[in-house]
Design a protein around this ligand. Structure first.
Ligand code: PLP
Length: 368
């Protein structure tokens, strides 16, 4: 390390130790970017118009995005104070963790899960407790319940889980909530809820009336295709959301972002028809990969999980060389977003060769 790599001022050591955020390798013009679970469809004309019309940016935005909160409140049958809007659901996660957990406290979640969780917990000063996913790549809720103690302040349940695509069933979630202390905040992260087709999957919003310690997170980034504008929302009890509002960086949701979200709700049917196309493309890809000999969990988000284990970097390099920019988590596996139809076709062609080259014991390869 050269002297210029060392901070010249005293910083929090646990923050200095965090890997600084660097975006993945940029996709060249001919490559497909399948690394961030983005929506491959271009924005709808009416949404672009709404953004273009939101030109009063000499003024600050409405601090609480009231118009959007009212739309969401009507949609979910809650009051507008039971909706909190943030600049992406990741901002809401940060706010909720800061509101509930600090030094000496624990935040519990399944692992591997959304890669932002560990960093957000470290920033709050609390400690992460990670419960390993089951062999089927889903959350182990009984083990998570067993890991709760007096220091636990937040539990995050992610369904569908990023990056494994697995769901928590409604039955599993209810059994979990029955044993969770009533004063412990449970965040159900449903960033990919709109892509779920499994009938037994948990659905957060109807459960809010039943569990006063539950907050549900959703986002406009994925199904609604607004990742670049940054809008997400939390549904939950007013006192918890008020605490999150107190930790928020004020005025983060911009006017154009709020306008785009409202315009997206106006054309929700059209957007959800696109979601259906992506879900069908995903299911067809999963079937095809399974027939090729891949052993991958049933995907319920807009992405696939290839549990390539020790061969992760090697396989990701092959996909990258073929023009598919994927997200590799050595030594666990590779997340591949469901992008353009052409990208999926390309994936299937290369994957057929790759699976045959995986060593017999590789977890991504079916036995026999
Ligand atoms: C599980 C999960 N939660 C939350 C987010 C955050 O999304 P955003 O901040 O764009 O709403 C993501 C994004 O990839 C995610 O995968």
């Amino acid at each position: 390390m050269s002297p210029s790599d060392l901070p010249s001022v005293r910083l929090r050591p646990e923050i200095v130790a965090l890997p600084a955020y660097r975006q993945g390798k940029p996709a060249d013009a001919a490559a497909f970017k399948l690394s961030s679970n983005e929506n491959p469809f271009d924005p709808l004309p009416s949404v672009i118009e709404a953004v273009n019309a939101a030109t009063a940016f000499n003024r600050y935005p409405d601090a609480s995005a009231l118009a959007l909160r009212e739309r969401l409140a009507a949609r979910f049958g809650v009051s507008s104070d039971e909706v909190h809007v943030g600049s992406g659901s990741v901002a809401l996660l940060a706010q909720l963790i800061l509101a509930a957990a600090g030094p000496g406290d624990e935040v519990l979640y399944s692992w591997r899960s959304f890669e932002a969780y560990p960093g957000l917990v470290t920033v709050s000063g609390a400690t992460s407790v990670q419960v390993p996913n089951r062999a089927n790549h889903g959350h182990d809720l009984p083990e998570m319940a067993a890991a709760i103690n007096d220091r636990t302040r937040v539990v995050i349940v992610c369904s569908p889980n990023n990056p494994t695509g697995t769901i928590v069933t409604a039955e599993e979630f209810d059994a979990f909530m029955a044993v969770v202390p009533k004063d412990l905040l449970v965040i159900l992260d449903e960033a990919y809820a709109e892509f779920v087709t499994a009938p037994d999957a948990v659905k957060g919003p109807p459960l809010l009336a039943r569990y006063p310690n539950l907050v549900v997170l959703r986002t406009f980034s994925k199904a609604y295709g607004l990742a670049g504008l940054r809008v997400g929302y939390a549904l939950g009890p007013v006192p918890i959301l008020d605490a999150a509002r107190s930790t928020a960086i004020p005025l983060s949701v911009t006017g154009p972002a709020g306008a785009a979200a409202i315009a997206s709700l106006d054309v929700e049917r059209e957007l959800l028809a696109r979601v259906e196309v992506i879900a069908e493309r995903r299911d067809a890809a999963w079937q095809a990969l399974t027939s090729q000999g891949w052993n991958i969990p049933n995907p319920q988000g807009n992405f696939l999980w290839l549990p390539t284990g020790e061969q992760t970097t090697e396989v990701a390099d092959r996909l990258f060389a073929a023009g598919l920019v994927v997200r590799a988590f050595q030594p666990d596996g590779i997340r591949v977003s469901i992008g353009e139809g052409e990208a999926v076709e390309k994936l299937l062609r290369i994957a057929a060769d790759i699976v045959g080259d995986l060593p017999a014991g590789n977890p991504a390869r079916r036995l026999g």
